[in-house]
Design a binder for this molecule. Structure first.
Ligand code: GLV
Ligand code: MG
Length: 350
């Protein structure tokens, strides 16, 4: 027995007067989701200049905001939504989770006050489709009541063992689903991992080479702790036409490790990551904008196979319909980057 809605009802508004759900996501460049603590007047004051530098600005209400500042963060987010024009830069908020003392008021206060400016609500600690269904219904009711004209999308954080188990159902739970981010810090705790980090690797997680001749040093190869989860998340997201993101990288003193983690996620199919510190904005731009050398090669593949079929050789490498499709992913991304990032547009020859 299936418990999902029929296709026609899946795309019907969940409240009379709510806007029609989107059938496909708006095409937007989202290389980094830049976190701002909205209760901090100084950082909120910098939002105007950040809008031009980042792809998404997110007002964070959840973890890292102290309990006694939760209400101020919510009010600060409403102020930063109203005070600024975001243009093509996304405006998101990360609300508190649904079983916390603050989650309901976050939604009930923010949607009426800033719903027509808000693109996406990031929902933490999502465990199953039921969490998405609840928020989906509530948002439809609030959109209808407060005359919100475009649906507010939902972005889930994948950060509990149960959420990872249910990741495909979460991805397909609603047409409101924008995508998902890996939350490595909460996920590590939820899984009982023996780490004390926010993302990245661990020096003890790896593979020791076989013993060689007596006395030879044995190489140890550190492995990526997040490989399995990122792969599972990307497959769930791509199969439903939504976007996968790497989440936070907490060691601001190690930009090289941040870049390596972001790049693994990019190569595996993610489209962006979080920036928790201004220094991570440039890292995300570098990683999540395709390499001009790759773009150049991809353009040659597309040019060599105008209708996308057949087989050709370029620089000794076989190309066919499947590499044509890979090349198209890269060229389409380069074109999207070029719409916003004029410096990179020039390097792509677009
Ligand atoms: C993010 O929220 C994380 O827990 O890593
Ligand atoms: Mg978390």
């Amino acid at each position: 027995m299936t418990t999902s809605r029929t296709p026609a009802k899946f795309y019907a508004p969940l409240a009379i007067g709510a806007p029609d759900p989107m059938r496909s996501l708006p095409v937007r460049l989202e290389r980094m989701i830049h976190f701002v603590p909205p209760q901090n007047d100084k950082l909120r004051g910098r939002v105007k200049e950040m809008i031009a530098q980042v792809d998404v600005i997110l007002g964070n209400l959840e973890d890292a905001i102290p309990m006694e500042q939760k209400a101020a963060a919510r009010a600060g987010f409403i102020a930063m939504a109203r005070e600024n024009d975001y243009g093509q830069t996304g405006l998101w908020t990360r609300i508190n989770c649904l079983n916390s003392p603050w989650g309901l008021d976050d939604i009930l206060e923010i949607v009426p006050a800033a719903g027509n400016k808000l693109d996406v609500i990031m929902l933490p600690k999502v465990e199953g489709a039921w969490d998405i269904h609840y928020l989906d219904q509530l948002l439809a009711q609030l959109e209808a009541k407060h005359k919100i004209t475009k649906p507010i999308l939902i972005h889930a954080i994948l950060e509990t063992a149960e959420g990872v188990k249910n990741v495909a159902e979460i991805a397909g739970a609603s047409p409101r689903m924008h995508g998902m981010s890996l939350g490595p810090a909460d996920l590590a705790a939820s899984r009982g991992m023996k780490t004390t980090r926010v993302g990245g690797g661990h020096p003890s997680y790896g593979v020791l080479a076989d013993p060689g001749k007596a006395g030879d040093a044995r190489a140890f190869y550190q492995q990526d702790l997040w490989h399995y989860t990122v792969a599972k998340m990307v497959d769930a997201c791509q199969s439903y036409g939504i976007k996968a993101f790497y989440g936070p990288f907490g060691d601001f003193s190690d930009p090289a490790a941040c870049e390596a983690q972001f790049r693994n996620a990019f190569l595996m199919g993610c489209v962006g990551a979080w920036s928790l510190h201004p220094s991570q904005v440039e890292i995300a731009k570098k990683v999540y904008s395709p390499d001009p050398v790759e773009v150049d090669f991809a353009k040659r593949i597309l040019a060599a196979m105008p209708d996308g079929t057949g087989a050709v050789m370029i620089d000794g490498k076989m190309q066919d319909d499947a590499t044509w499709k890979q090349a198209k992913v890269i060229v389409d991304l380069a074109k999207l980057v070029a719409t916003k990032d004029t410096a990179r547009a020039a390097t792509y020859g677009l």
